[in-house]
Design a protein around this ligand. Structure first.
Ligand code: XMP
Length: 524
């Protein structure tokens, strides 16, 4: 079996919003890569032994004092380098060139002309002009540009507004691109990155779903040995894939705990039990803690307080269950690579984004478990591929995200079973109709929200005075920003009518037209 970590690329992150895309593209090509803050220690970089290094874009202005620089070690390792946008600009100034404000900033599409048949761009083009020059449609996003080539570098690409849109030193295999090959708007972007990692860095494409699974199974078996593992199953993608992997690797040494906290979607608890316990033969202990959760949440209105209570109660129940099972040495977690990147970036000195961590489960510190985190090197799409190969239902793998505190953040203020029951039915109607109309996969998250206010309505000759349901659907890539989904009016009308007709306690339905920011996706 090939060692999937033998060939690898290091991506140094200067803070661009596209950096994770670079990593995802490289992985899609079939090569392992890691993404670290640009100011990671030289010692780490040396020890990592990358076959090539990519310097990402970033928000700094390269000719300002204290702007970020690539660590000197990257120029000493004798490995190929690719600087993208800010990465190119800092390469330029660090290697004897110059950068300055662009006369015309470029944001959006541009046409690049490849120059001088570089190893990076040779024979990659969208079209050839009448003079025989290769042209590329690319995505630009910059206000600064390189105005003088670094020593011993050649021009390899230019646009009408940006004379130095790419440079290269063929002997050293150092390249810089002002445009972004990682975004899909740059049509040949993947071909360019593939050229860099496979031809120039000479990486083999060992990073495939099958190889990853085999590698993970081997590592899990080695780590766990004859010991027992406990996993908190939530029904979400990550913990489900961990369960499937561990089951395959260690079979009945795995026990899963599924807590029904009364804040789950309609039939969710049955579906999880059916998928894992009945169909896959995984040992799952289901704990019905609905009343305990409702009790602890009664008369609690403050959103943060509600979240904290749920987190605490969850851990409490988890601990109680764990104590009943003897000799558990390991706790399995569904941590994925973006969680790891997020914590690494937030410790870096240039960190610009601070993401609030939502995970309610948290880690039960008091329990002296060792951790098994098989997905911690993987992106969500890789996790889904693995789940698919292991036979998990697509419905589970491609489900919209569901927050840890569940329906509690979708019932404004006090949580009551009565409210949760109404919300579950409204939510189910909305999701069912999204599926019926092929709209579910066109939005990234959709759900209903329960508003504990009453409004007047009329049914036949009867006056109604009942609750309000809000519908929320968003389009987003990273869930950090989001746009409300432009769902067809006829569709919304159908959903609204069904909810008001089928749920007697709802007299009004509204559609949420707030973007994030300034709103958030969840209402609490
Ligand atoms: P917000 O409301 O912060 O949500 O715009 C962004 C994304 O995170 C999800 N979310 C959570 N997920 N535990 C989770 O596992 C939580 O406490 C939590 N709160 C919000 C939300 O559903 C959306 O996808």
């Amino acid at each position: 079996m090939p060692n999937i970590h033998n060939n690898k690329i290091l991506i140094l992150d200067f803070g661009s919003q596209y950096t994770q895309l670079i990593a995802r593209r490289i992985r899609e090509i079939g090569v392992y890569c890691e993404l670290l803050p640009y100011d990671v220690s030289s010692h780490f970089i040396e020890k990592f032994k990358p076959n090539g290094i990519i310097l990402s874009g970033g928000p700094d202005t390269v000719n300002q004092t204290n702007s970020a620089r690539a660590p000197d070690i990257v120029f000493k390792l004798n490995v190929p380098l690719l600087g993208i946008c800010y990465g190119m600009q800092t390469m330029a100034v660090q290697l004897g060139g110059k950068a300055n404000s662009a006369e015309k900033a470029e944001f959006g599409f541009a046409q690049v002309r490849a120059r001088h048949h570089s190893e990076l761009l040779n024979n990659i083009s969208d079209e050839i002009n009448s003079a025989g020059h290769g042209l590329l449609d690319v995505w630009m996003s910059h206000g600064i540009e390189v105005i003088k080539l670094p020593t011993d570098f050649n021009l390899i690409a230019s646009t009408r507004n940006c004379p130095i849109a790419g440079f290269g030193n063929e002997e050293k295999h150092y390249y810089g691109l002002q445009f972004h090959p990682e975004v899909t708007h740059t049509k040949q972007g993947k071909a360019i990155l593939e050229r860099f990692v496979t031809n120039i860095c000479k990486c083999q494409k060992n990073w495939t779903t099958e190889n990853i699974i085999n590698d993970l199974l081997m590592k899990i078996k080695y780590q766990v040995g004859d010991n027992k593992v406990l996993l908190g199953l939530s029904g979400g993608v990550d913990s489900s894939v961990v369960a499937a992997l561990l089951h395959k690797a260690i079979d009945d040494k795995l026990t899963c705990i599924f807590v029904d906290n009364g804040l789950l979607r309609l039939n969710e608890s049955d579906e999880v039990m059916k998928t894992f316990a009945e169909n896959m033969g995984v040992k799952v202990i289901k704990t019905d803690a609905q009343n305990y959760f409702y009790e602890k949440l009664s008369n609690k209105n403050d959103p943060e307080n509600k979240r904290k209570i749920i987190g605490r109660v969850f851990i409490e129940i988890f601990e109680q269950e764990a104590q009943k099972l003897k000799n558990i040495k390991f706790l399995a977690q569904g941590t994925i690579y973006p969680d790891v990147i997020e914590s690494a970036v937030s410790t870096s000195s240039k960190a610009k984004v601070i993401k609030s961590h939502h995970n309610v489960g948290g880690l039960p510190d008091k329990m002296q478990f060792e951790l098994v985190e098989p997905l911690k090197e993987l992106f969500k799409d890789e996790v889904r591929q693995i789940g698919k190969k292991l036979g998990l239902p697509e419905k589970m793998l491609y489900r919209h995200p569901f927050p840890g505190p569940g329906l509690a953040v979708r019932i404004l203020g006090q949580v009551k079973k009565e409210y949760a029951d109404i919300l579950r039915r409204a939510d189910q109607i909305f999701i069912e109709e999204l599926n019926n109309h092929d709209l579910y996969d066109k939005v990234n998250q959709a759900f209903a929200v329960f508003l504990p206010i009453k409004s007047v309505g009329v049914t036949g000759d009867e006056r109604r005075y009942d609750y309000v349901i809000a519908l929320r659907a968003v389009e987003t890539i990273d869930f950090m920003t989001a746009r409300w989904a432009r769902l067809p009016h006829d569709f919304l009308e159908l959903v609204s009518n069904r909810i008001m007709n089928e749920i007697s306690r709802v007299s009004r339905v509204v559609y949420d037209i707030s973007g994030k920011p300034p709103a958030t996706i969840e209402w609490e």
